[in-house]
Design a protein around this ligand. Sequence first.
Ligand SMILES: [Zn+2]
Length: 118
Amino acid sequence: MKLICRTCKVEISNELTKLENLSLLNINDGQDYIPEGFFIIDSKKADIELEGAIIINIKDLTNSVYHPDDSRLNGCCGYDGLDGMNRVCLNNHEIGTENSDCWMFHFVSLDPELVDFH
Ligand SMILES: [Zn+2]
């Protein structure tokens, strides 16, 4: 399945499968948290703000750009995601948060109220 923006229905991910083997999650700083091609529904482990967030690999995010509000785009080497959602779909609808700074493991957290499976 793929993820779409709930507002405009544009596809925002590659084909994804639910990750069943949670031992593949990687919590080393600066590395991908989840392998490409998979998603998990988070229980506040990766995204401490958003229970139920859909977590995917950054490389699986498609048709998405950075938030037009620069104040959302802080970070050291990447994006720390600490100032609210920093990713929007191609039509500028907020969809979630990229976490890609050097001192954290890397993933995208998508808000289940704003995206849907398709
Ligand atoms: Zn949209």
